[in-house]
Design a binder for this molecule. Structure first.
Ligand code: TTP
Ligand code: MG
Ligand code: MG
Length: 351
């Protein structure tokens, strides 16, 4: 049983600006691009959120929702520096850290002896330390796995803590909306809703087979997540899982023959990139990606430890049939076999 903490800063870019400029603290504030340049909001403080302003929203629209919103440009270098400072505080607790972005990280504290191994108290200590040292508040989630820790850190935001103990997992997950599940975007959520599924309790009623029929490989994942199961480890250094080459064509490719004719050049480039990977990497599969002119996309994979150009034609034909429309983007790739790399990494022999 793991003990995972997920930490995430509250309205990170805006929080740094509010810390450094007291006049911003009590007004709706956003960091983002200018409305007259079709800019978007990177983030905003919680005062602005009360008006409905959100990340990735057009600044012009945000100003409609909140006419008194102050929008300022970002200072990435400063945010990076604060981020480094925060990650350093996490590192005082454990080396088992997986940063996900500038403002968030997973920590695996399963083996920590701090506070007699209480992950809850470690999380509280981290929240205090970060706020004292950097003047930024973070929210933390404590749970037996990554997926739940991440959901939990969002639960009592801002400046909050949420702990999901192993004996609370079942009840917590049953009441959880499926759109909170890792990997479930708006499309999957809609599809599930049509199937009558909005909570994990609903999802749990569907069989493995049924889920696989509707969602392919992701069905298995849904089966597990809806039961609160997530066996992903905290990965300290990222290991490359795949390598690929993609090209968007200036004119859509109208026929399958036209798509097939681009395999040789893409394959050559893929091989070149593969040969530049550090170490001696084995492959465990190959894949083709197609994006059609309506921006739908599909990926076709084939498990294989060998690769040659001809294997890609078959995959591309299959992929093309799924859409049967002009193609705007083609990609070829290898799935890499990471077992050896991961073993080396555990021995710290990998760079
Ligand atoms: P988030 O952690 O997603 O958001 P946040 O920290 O601003 O707010 P919350 O309290 O909900 O965690 O992202 C961290 C930073 O990344 C955010 O401050 C700005 C940047 N960012 C963007 O630039 N564009 C985006 O669309 C998002 C989501 C974030
Ligand atoms: Mg954040
Ligand atoms: Mg974040």
């Amino acid at each position: 049983m793991r003990k995972i903490i997920h930490c995430d800063c509250d309205c990170f870019f805006a929080a740094v600006e509010m810390r450094d400029n007291p006049e911003y603290r009590d007004i709706p504030l956003a960091v983002g691009g200018r409305s007259d340049r079709r800019g978007v909001i990177a983030t905003c403080n919680y005062k602005a959120r009360a008006f409905g302003v959100r990340s990735a929203m057009a600044t012009a629209y945000a100003l409609k929702l909140c006419p008194t919103l102050t929008v300022i440009p970002g200072q990435m270098e400063k945010y990076r520096q604060v981020s480094r400072q925060i990650m350093q505080i996490y590192r005082e607790v454990t080396d088992n850290i997986e940063p996900l972005s500038l403002d968030e990280a997973y920590l695996d504290v399963s083996d920590s002896e701090l506070f007699q191994g209480s992950a809850t108290r470690i999380a509280e200590m981290l929240r205090c330390r970060v706020s004292e040292v950097t003047g930024i508040t973070i929210s933390a989630g404590v749970a037996p796995n990554k997926f739940l820790a991440k959901v939990a850190s969002d639960w009592n935001k801002p400046d909050g803590l949420c702990v999901i103990r192993p004996d609370q997992v079942e009840e917590f997950v049953e009441n959880l909306a499926v759109k909170k599940l890792h990997g479930v975007g708006s499309k999957t959520a809609e599809k599930l809703e049509v199937m009558g599924v909005t909570t994990c309790a609903d999802l749990k009623k569907l069989s493995r087979v049924h889920l696989a029929e509707h969602f392919g490989r992701f069905g298995e994942r849904l089966f597990e997540l809806s039961r609160g199961v997530d066996n992903r480890a905290v990965v300290t250094q990222r290991v490359r899982k795949s390598i690929s080459v993609e090209h968007t064509f200036s004119k859509d490719l109208k026929t399958i023959e036209e798509s097939l004719s681009h395999i040789p050049e893409l394959y050559l480039e893929l091989q070149r990139r593969f040969s530049q990977l550090p170490g001696d990497r084995a492959i465990q599969g190959i894949f083709v990606k197609l994006k059609f002119n309506d921006f739908t996309q599909t990926t076709i994979e084939h498990r294989s430890t060998v690769h040659d150009e001809s294997l890609y034609s078959g995959l591309m034909k299959q992929g093309y049939q799924r859409g049967n429309k002009p193609v705007r983007l083609l990609g070829l790739g290898f799935r890499l076999d990471n077992r050896e790399t991961e073993a080396l990494q555990q021995l710290s022999l990998w760079p």
